[in-house]
Design a protein around this ligand. Sequence first.
Ligand code: PEP
Ligand code: MN
Length: 299
Amino acid sequence: MTIAGAAASADFTKICPLVSRRTHSNEYGDAETRSVQVKQVSFGDEGAVIIAGPCSVESYEQTLELAQAVMDCGGDMLRGGAFKPRTSPHDFQGLGLEGLQILHEVGRQTGLPIVTEVMDPRLVEQVGEYADMLQIGSRNMQNYPLLVEVGRFGKPVLLKRGMAASLCEWLGAAEYIAKEGNFNIVLCERGIKAYPSGEYSRFILDLNVLSALRQETFLPVIVDPSHATGVASMVESASRAAMESGAQGLLIEIASGRGDAEKPKCDAAQAIPPAVLERIAGFVRQREEHTMGAKAYAV
Ligand code: PEP
Ligand code: MN
């Protein structure tokens, strides 16, 4: 079985039977999503999940301030990197263990569940001790020993799409996690490398893949408009487009917006200030009320 009209003809029921909607059509029909619970937050249910926070954890004060901004606009979870995958080894690599401890403490204080990236199979237990959800970054989507390890560990996983990954490769990666018995997987589209990448935006946000995912898997899917665009002024419209295309949540990078002195050490060009996050969250919640209202009316 393949996506009607698609040029590629991958057989998802063979490549990834565990996460394929088609092999679970009784359990998860056309519109059903398997929900993934991260503490009080539920992915794939009626409400969209808003995750926001800094690209990287730089200090306790910065993390707490941004977590408060997430709380103030009704966000659901806090993101922040403690181990950063950087193009140059000379760039800031994250605070490591100290970053995890900061995230954990801020999570405890605010009640926001924490998602943070793990890059090394040997560190899954350590990161998992502090985080509520483990992020597999774009660059590691096909790091199979890492996928097996987070699968065995069992905590919820946010599986970002490799920047050049096909749908088949992405779902194959999810299958590695599921094969270890861990079905708590949320997929995250974060932009792909395509012809004009880099000319006016960092990557190309692939909205088509959201409909394809909906057909092929029951796993929830969210969108990261920050890395997908790489440009702060594009994040709001990308967020709106993602929600209209069926995203079940958003992952957004924010910064204080107080100017150069407080510029983030990583991905400064795409960080939006709390005021813009508030606008996006307002739009998402309003849209939710609208669709839930429409459903109630239909019943
Ligand atoms: C991130 O979300 O911190 C990140 C590095 O994103 P990606 O892996 O999608 O580049
Ligand atoms: Mn980033």
